[in-house]
Design a protein around this ligand. Structure first.
Ligand code: KIV
Length: 299
């Protein structure tokens, strides 16, 4: 228990990894969303999400890259630190970026530890199935909860030939299931299922004993995750089929900023309400015509 991030209000209890794990088969579905900075994290935390993911999707969302591969561990730690400061209730999960854990289980422990120590992450997420079970087990043994991520693993975009739906066909579906089982057995407390057919996700969800959190994996998961800019309608251009827009904040931002630009140009902003009292009554700022145009700057 501790005071919320803004310093006011009643103490708020944090969602923990064991509580997330215990939501398997009981309680409402888990709602996770990504965030990469303090302002967004504070808002989604206030909205009641259970988990905030500082995803390596920040490479695309924040940095404008074409994929997540260049994202560094330092960048994830930096963004996680900001998110953790804002999160009063939601559990904060930090992504292990490409090549911060694949090299060896020891590297995985060191990278996970850095995100906990420097980023104040409460758990870490990593992409990978059977081949990375040992990495998961070692991080868990070091005392850091791990969320798995199977199905479409964006860090393997080049091996997969693009961001494509995985688990189509019996062999591929069996592989997704085997991956999820291996990660569960290694000690993960939850597993993200990305871009797989809904029946495959349902089978994984039935089979594993930890919550599944779907993104493009249909309704029969134990929870859902969306990228915040997709959810809020701030992304432009192509959006994946599963990315439901709950608002059109992108359009709202453009419209509000256009009004600001117009008002700066006409002199309508700043008005007296946004201006400090002048030292002398005759030096109150620009003189503005009835049409809102600046007609003279007072000096
Ligand atoms: O990086 C990310 O945002 C993710 C989610 C899409 C699950 O891994």
């Amino acid at each position: 228990m501790y005071a919320n991030a803004s310093g006011g209000g009643a103490p708020v209890k944090k969602v923990t990894a064991p509580e997330v794990r215990a939501r398997k088969g009981s309680g409402p579905a888990l709602a996770m969303v990504t965030a990469y900075d303090f302002t967004m994290a504070r808002l989604v935390d206030e909205a009641g999400v259970d988990l905030i993911l500082v995803g390596d999707s920040l490479g695309m969302v924040v940095q404008g890259l074409g994929n997540t591969l260049p994202v560094t561990l330092d960048e994830i730690a930096y963004h996680t630190r900001a998110v953790a400061r804002a999160s009063a209730r939601a559990h904060v999960v930090a992504d292990l970026p490409f090549l911060s854990y694949q090299v060896s289980p020891a590297q995985a422990v060191e990278s996970a530890g850095k995100l906990v120590k420097e980023g104040a992450a409460e758990s870490v997420k990593l992409e990978g199935g059977e081949d990375f079970a040992e990495h998961v087990a070692r991080i868990v043994r070091a005392g850091v909860p791990v969320m798995g991520h199977v199905g479409l693993m964006p860090q393997s975009v080049h091996a997969l030939g693009g961001f494509k739906v995985q688990g189509r066909g019996d062999d591929a579906a069996r592989k997704v299931l085997a991956d999820a089982r291996a990660i569960e057995e290694a000690g993960a407390y939850a597993i993200v299922l990305e871009a797989i057919p809904p029946d495959v996700a349902a089978e994984v969800t039935r089979t594993v004993g930890v919550p599944t959190i779907g993104i493009g994996a249909g309704a029969l998961c134990d929870g859902q995750v969306l990228v915040c800019t997709d959810l809020l309608g701030m992304s432009r251009g192509h959006a994946p089929r599963f990315a439901k827009r709950y608002a059109e904040l992108g359009d709202a931002i453009v419209a509000a900023t256009r009004r600001y630009v117009d008002e700066v140009r006409t002199g309508a902003f700043p008005a007296p309400e946004q201006t400090y009292k002048p030292n002398r009554a005759d030096e109150s700022g620009p003189r503005v015509s009835e049409q809102g145009k600046v007609v003279a700057l007072r000096h």
